[in-house]
Design a protein around this ligand. Sequence first.
Ligand code: WT7
Length: 655
Amino acid sequence: MNSETKTDAAVYPPSADFAASAHVDADRYAELYKASIEDPEGFWAEEAKRIDWIKPFSTVKDVNFDLGNVSIKWFEEGTLNVAANCIDRHLETRGDQTAIIWEPDEPNDEAQHITYRQLHRSVCKMANILEDMGVRKGDRVVIYLPMIPEAAYAMLACARIGAIHSVVFAGFSPDALGARINGCDAKVVITADFAPRGGKKTALKSNTDKALLHCKDTVKCLMVRRTGEQTTWVDGRDHDYNELAIEADDHSAPVEVGAEDPLFILYTSGSTGQPKGVVHSSGGYLVYTAMTHQMTFDYHEGDIYWCGADVGWVTGHSYILYGPLANGATTLMFEGVPTYPDAGRFWQIVAKHGVNQFYTAPTALRALMGQGNEWVEKHDLSSLKVLGTVGEPINPEAWNWYYKVVGKEKCPIVDTWWQTETGGHLLTPLPGATPLKPGSATKPFFGVQPVVLDPHTGQEIAETKAEGVLCLKDSWPAQMRTVWGDHERFEKTYFSDYKGYYFSGDGCRRDADGDYWITGRVDDVINVSGHRMGTAEIESALVAHEKVAEAAVVGYPHEIKGQGIYAYVTLMSGQEPSEDLRKELEQFVRSEIGPIAKPDLIQWAPGLPKTRSGKIMRRILRKIAEDDYGSLGDTSTLADPSVVDDLIEHRMNRK
Ligand code: WT7
């Protein structure tokens, strides 16, 4: 298809200047990658020195991917404490350095600069409060907090006492929260009175009260005061963090845990069924997130690093908290949203704090791109050195906008492909080493062995140029270890379709240079008249049109073609839908990809149904496209459930 040749054509090699001071340049990447594959044990034994072990490990790796016997273990017999690695060991050298910059929702409220020493005190206090509430090593604690420093304290306090945290995004409903508290049988839930975000407020304590109606009555609640407003209170069950923290001891001995002891559980949705509790380890996870944070973002001593995700997602775990703090970095935490009070907020924060590395999602970029360049241009972004994206394939238009308008063509863009399940980056450019291609996650990280399998035969495609499903041939230290309470489901989900491999659920293409292009979840692949097509490819074509802000494409049953192409299109602000524009877009996609990709139906969508992490809920779009909106399932986790009503009302395919 001609889009392939077009997008493959643009290549941006690293500048000599950047490469000269980078942790990894092209030669080093080649050399280290080779070593990591030829001698994984030697390679990872060396990398494991990044963290402080209490007792050394004796086995580097003990992994079996065979269905029925799947077992993943790294650094066995080694013991450590994750919080001590993220805090205590930095106290001597950087006790007064800022660990966390906290930027509140309201730009006029004061930001906080929390030093490593202050972080240590607060985490110790929280650890003692939790212990007083009865939490012990191995117990589960659910964290349902806004993006406030106490979220970091809570996670690290759990790690300090060897408890397993399960963070639930503050946008989730009481039902979802309750299901997760029950799912991991938590002893304590930590919440706040309210969560301010984008000028609005969510009543977290009241949500928690509702959730707890469906939980064991032994579950206790620890509440942080964020706004100080009145809340309900259940004596005996509810505990006041701010009050307890005044008296709590600010010393707490870090508890020794095994490398394979779980650090956290994070619930994530699969393509079907109930959310799975993804379980991550302590040792391997920390080694891998520390290493990827340093190398992918080329983080250097003194840099100000900002990942705009929420701690409710794995990105927040690995790249706001654990990776950066293990490296002694300064990490920024932002309570708000990119468009509040205006579309310049991200860039205002970058300028205000002198951010050097910035990491966000393509969906945020597309939203901001639609608002015009002036929001970017009025802020001084000269501190930026590296820009990152994660979460979905980035369309070349958004990539180019990020590269040119935000990065002024001097900041490499790292398009990081990974998953909740992988714990850290698996495919990503390294900014001083890898030639960039807009839309490609490029090359594997050290120790990562991606393979492209033929989905029908399950065989590895040996040729460099390949298209198929993306699997991983061997383990990496941050791989998830199991599904909480259901190891069988773990094996079935990831190791049963393609025997002997970890199956990512993504489709991909590998080009002649060996660069990987994620084509989207394989369940999003549609088949039109016998042609396989990535919905992402058509979306990319649609958003390439100057009047289109965002697009989502799904398949729907079509009498002649098998599946037809149904496109939901959100126009740039100020653009009006019209029949002429519809024809123009159809024609545009025909010319971008080919006649086969021309949408059969285009629906003008004022908004798309997204989860609060910005992922488009295709399940819902497919149902509406199939005129089967009576069985939409649970829409409570959507950022804005009302968009669904509009989509149903104006649906195009009425049977
Ligand atoms: C799925 C994982 C990893 C943190 C955020 C999402 C898609 C993720 C990319 C990328 C293309 C991407 C994949 C993957 N994805 N990053 N750079 N390019 N697709 O975590 O919710 O577990 O989702 O997100 O489809 O399987 P997640």
